[in-house]
Design a protein around this ligand. Structure first.
Ligand code: NAG
Ligand code: NAG
Length: 131
């Protein structure tokens, strides 16, 4: 059994760093949509992680706004996360620069004819505000 699992792991190959550079003009509205399974977005700016979740019947506070890992509000009201998983940031500023992703995004697994399995890393979107 353990041998089988080891064999299986051996054939799984990860394709790392699916980072997409996404230039956005300062002042424009950014809409990120990576599918309806997304319940939470994360962004990392200068090493600091923030999260946002939509408001719902059960979540009425600390929702629809960026919060840090101490549940401190760090957003400024330009952000909006919808129940369908879309993240909208209006009036993009230079300070929005960072990596955006969701841990809810389904892993994409590909099987090849010779029995190998490729797992594509979850997408990371690197937002680059431009003039
Ligand atoms: C929260 O963020 C701070 C600053 O980015 C970091 O030093 C700390 O380790 C983080 N704590 C947790 C629980 O992730
Ligand atoms: C997601 O929800 C927002 C707000 O309700 C809506 O404006 C947008 O069109 C929806 N997007 C999709 C892809 O369903």
């Amino acid at each position: 059994m353990i041998c089988l699992i080891a064999l299986f792991l051996f054939y799984v190959q990860y394709v790392m760093s699916a980072v997409t550079l996404y230039p956005v003009k300062i002042g424009e509205t950014l809409i990120l949509d990576i599918g309806g399974d997304v319940r939470e977005w994360t962004r990392i700016r200068s090493g600091v992680e923030e999260k946002i979740v939509p408001c719902s019947e059960s979540v009425k506070t600390l929702c629809n706004v960026w919060i840090d890992n101490n549940s401190k509000v760090t957003g400024d009201g330009r952000e909006q996360m919808n129940k369908n998983g879309t993240l909208i940031i209006s009036d993009i500023k230079r300070s929005d620069s960072g990596d955006y992703f969701s841990n809810d995004e389904l892993e994409r697994v590909h099987y090849t004819a010779d029995g190998q399995i490729w797992k594509l890393a979850k997408s990371r979107i690197s937002i680059v505000p431009t003039d």
